[in-house]
Design a binder for this molecule. Structure first.
Ligand SMILES: NC(=O)c1ccc[n+]([C@@H]2O[C@H](COP(=O)([O-])OP(=O)(O)OC[C@H]3O[C@@H](n4cnc5c(N)ncnc54)[C@H](OP(=O)(O)O)[C@@H]3O)[C@@H](O)[C@H]2O)c1
Length: 383
């Protein structure tokens, strides 16, 4: 039985992971859970999965959790708590599904503790790709992708020579504004931006999908996960979200992975690779399938171009892109800046940034702090 830590257990990926566990009690044992502020849901998860350790966002949440005198496990909070959950004895695989930069330190700690990583938190590789991959190789742990696009590329690369890859093609649904004219993007609301046409996900990634920042973060994630240069990573819009991504080989063959739009498929695969679990995701009916592919419109969705630029700049630039985006998305969700300002903020912060080398995690954490401050300053003109 495989012991797992679910970091971000109360989120979209976390809940889907626990559904995979629920359906396969003979394969997995939940050793630890890490949540943020949703203490009510965490309590239910503790009752059902009986973990040895849990962690919450901060001290107030811990107090709230401990009101339950029947609490059956050890508990901690904050970064230290998430790290303890990730590294707990008995954990074989840590599912890294905290949202944003907060996922970086627990993921690195789990790698150092020798745990395999089922990676949903793409920010980890965006911020510190070279450090993370180097450490994983040094310690000898596996980083298995949970992102459906990267899971698809991983599966499509399997059994082939890397030298034969012409490029990988990450697909993107295009989000809720795929056909929205540029002049209307200025006034779209958070509610409209949160209505993703294909996937049900957390709020941050849903907004990132609407701006295409998410696809840019995925390009950077793929750069480090598959050790391919940016030139060999392209993006195409595929509104049906059935082809999860593809690999084009030098002989002209394109190998694609297709399946239902359900994260339980890639989650289960990351947890049991190279085995597959029967019926982990719904079956896809093939009859009548319509598949469209088109180039992304970088004029209406310029954030994708910014991500390529940050990747090319390298060093601390991708961490700055990520932090500026997190700050801007949070303000957009509060209704304080317009949708189109997300691009303006990231672009302005990247322009002001003097990229530095990344030789240790502190370099990216420092860049992350700087970028959040710079983004706040850049957004002052909207208040
Ligand atoms: N959702 C998807 O389909 C999908 C697909 C591919 C990749 N991903 C990636 O997976 C990650 C999670 O996405 P999601 O959609 O599952 O997000 P989500 O639904 O917003 O869930 C985020 C989880 O992280 C916890 N959390 C947030 N801030 C935290 C902090 N500072 N410290 C500790 N825990 C914290 C939340 O806790 P509370 O809810 O308790 O506050 C929740 O459990 C992201 O990096 C995303 O890009 C998601």
């Amino acid at each position: 039985m495989k012991g797992i830590a679910v970091l971000g257990s109360t989120g979209s990926i976390g809940r889907n992971t626990l559904e995979v566990v629920r359906k396969n009690p003979d394969k997995f044992r939940v050793v630890s859970l890490s949540a943020g502020g949703n203490v009510g849901l965490l309590r239910q998860q503790i009752k059902e999965f009986n973990p040895e350790f849990v962690s919450v966002l901060g001290e107030p949440e811990l107090k709230e959790l401990k009101k339950d005198s029947a609490l059956s496990c050890e508990a901690g909070f904050g970064e230290e708590g998430a790290v303890r959950a990730a590294c707990h004895a008995g954990v074989h695989t840590a599912v890294s599904a905290i949202t944003g930069a907060a996922g970086l330190l627990p993921t690195m700690a789990a790698i150092k503790a020798g745990k395999d990583i089922a990676l949903a938190n793409k920010e980890t590789l965006v911020m510190a790709g070279p450090l993370i991959m180097e450490e994983a190789i040094k310690i000898g742990v596996r980083i298995l992708p949970v992102d459906s696009e990267h899971s698809a590329v991983f599966q499509s690369l399997s059994g082939h020579r890397k030298d034969d890859v012409r490029r990988i093609i990450l697909t993107a649904s295009g989000g809720p504004f795929l056909n929205t004219p540029a002049e209307r993007l200025e006034t779209v609301t958070p509610e409209q931006a949160l209505r993703h046409p294909r996937w049900s996900m957390g709020r941050k990634i849903t907004i990132d999908s609407a701006t295409l920042v998410n696809k840019g973060l995925e390009v950077i994630e793929a750069r480090w996960l598959f050790d391919l240069p940016a030139l060999k990573i392209s993006v195409c819009i595929h509104p049906q979200s059935i082809v999860h991504s593809m690999v084009e080989y030098i002989d002209g063959s394109i190998i694609a992975q297709i399946g239902a739009t359900d994260m339980k498929g890639p989650i289960a695969y990351a947890l049991t690779y190279p085995e597959r679990i029967a019926d982990s995701a719904p079956l896809l009916g093939l009859a009548g399938l319509k598949l469209e592919f088109m180039e992304p419109d970088l004029k209406r969705f310029p954030c994708l171009g910014l991500a390529y630029k940050a990747l090319e700049t390298g060093g601390t630039a991708p961490a700055v892109l990520n932090a500026a985006d997190e700050a801007a998305v949070s303000m957009f969700l509060k209704g304080r800046i317009p949708f189109t300002a997300i691009y303006k903020v990231i672009s302005e912060v990247l322009e002001r940034h003097t990229p530095g080398k990344v030789t240790a995690l502190e370099d990216v954490l420092e860049a992350d702090r700087w970028a959040r401050d710079a983004a706040e300053a850049s957004m002052r003109c909207f208040s």
